[in-house]
Design a protein around this ligand. Structure first.
Ligand code: GN1
Ligand code: MG
Length: 351
């Protein structure tokens, strides 16, 4: 694959100095395009197995890009090709897009310290707040049923039935754990379906590494692929899933994984500073269930992919998805241990 040839669709070749792989995404292939004058852009090959309609994610992104003007936080802006399109489709039918690189910034994989957790809360809270001004009916669902528990459970059951790569017998206990928890979390999905809380424009992939920091502050929310109709449960919950995890999402020493309640408190403080005025009473009441819901769903998504033979998430070794799923299980157990505290911290911060 000739990356220079692709980048050349967006910029003149003579300006480009280097193109190198970037980041830890599980879905797309991402590169940094470095220029002679030291500026840089992000080139991405969109995974069209996952995002089957790339036009939709471009349109969603543009809606956000064109309506959010803030000096508080940034989002990456899409850049046009030299012929004026936001997508370049190569001869092999690969879809490419280019975005601004946000300079002097870094991503965090595992949160270190209360300040980082608080900043993350401010960043993702800001995103929900500014999107609350957008009309959700103008947004596409980039991936259908992305955070539907019902849908994820069906995929999960199907992978167990198929057992296509004969991994089931090795994970029976884990399957039991996830089956038990399903019952407890269906209530959350019902609250969303019954419209007890609003469908909003949400980010839908608020893991910690989808935030950029500069010095000690969160400065940008990135990876807008899944932006679209959703619930605060998704954004708040998925953020906590990664922010309170004391170890990596794929930590192999499962016993060492813990849920950091202090980070929970600081994240929530930052999040509510931004969103307290836009969230409804009912949303606030059920926020405490969000980290369970999202960690659970991620846990079964990893396990489903493991049982399917690793066809969705990028993996580096054969048990990678299993390890990720075990980490999510451990987090749910640790959240459960701290459930009382989680609830009382939230009550205090809300009032
Ligand atoms: C994927 O590409 P990345 O790493 O930002 C996934 C998320 C998962 C996450 C788990 C489109 O996000 O839903 O939560 O991995 N994105 C998609 O790390 O499936
Ligand atoms: Mg990402």
């Amino acid at each position: 694959m000739d990356l220079l040839h692709i980048a050349n669709k967006f910029f003149y070749e003579s300006e480009i100095q280097d193109i190198k792989p970037l980041g830890n995404g599980h879905i797309h292939s991402t590169y940094e395009v470095v220029f002679q004058n030291d500026s840089a852009y992000i080139l991405q090959k969109i995974n069209t197995q996952v995002f089957t309609d790339p036009e939709k994610i471009i349109q969603n992104h543009l809606k956000v890009q064109q309506s959010i003007h803030s000096d508080q936080f940034e989002i990456p802006h899409l850049v046009k090709t030299r012929t004026g399109d936001y997508l370049y489709i190569d001869s092999k039918n690969n879809y490419w897009r280019m975005m601004h690189f946000i300079q002097d910034s870094y991503t965090v994989e595992v949160v270190r310290g209360n300040k980082q957790a608080y900043e993350a809360g401010r960043g993702f809270g800001w995103f929900l707040k500014v999107c609350s001004g957008l009309d959700v009916s103008n947004f596409h669902e980039a991936i259908k049923d992305f955070h539907s528990l019902h849908f994820r459970l069906n995929q999960f059951k199907q992978s167990i039935t198929n057992d296509s790569v004969k991994r089931k017998s090795a994970v029976l206990e884990l399957l039991d754990f996830y089956k038990t928890w399903a019952l407890k979390l269906k209530a959350v999905e019902e609250i969303i379906q019954n419209k007890e809380i609003p469908i909003r424009v949400t980010h839908n992939d608020t893991k910690i590494n989808n935030l950029l920091f500069r010095n000690k502050n969160a400065i940008a929310v990135i990876d807008l692929d899944t932006v679209g109709p959703g619930s605060v449960i998704y954004d708040y919950g998925d953020a906590l899933r990664t922010i309170c995890n004391t170890k990596a999402e794929d930590e192999q020493n499962i016993e060492s994984v813990d849920f950091n309640v202090e980070f929970f408190e600081h994240f929530t403080k930052g999040y509510l500073e931004q969103t307290a005025n836009i969230l409804t009473k009912r949303e606030k009441e059920i926020l405490h269930l969000a980290p369970f819901y999202m960690t659970y769903m991620q846990g079964i998504r990893f396990l489903t992919d493991y049982l399917n033979g690793d066809t969705y998430f990028k993996t580096k070794y054969s048990d990678h998805n299993l390890v990720r799923s075990l980490v999510q299980k451990r987090l749910i157990e640790k959240m459960e241990e701290n459930q009382k505290q989680i609830k009382s911290i939230l009550t205090e911060l809300i009032n």
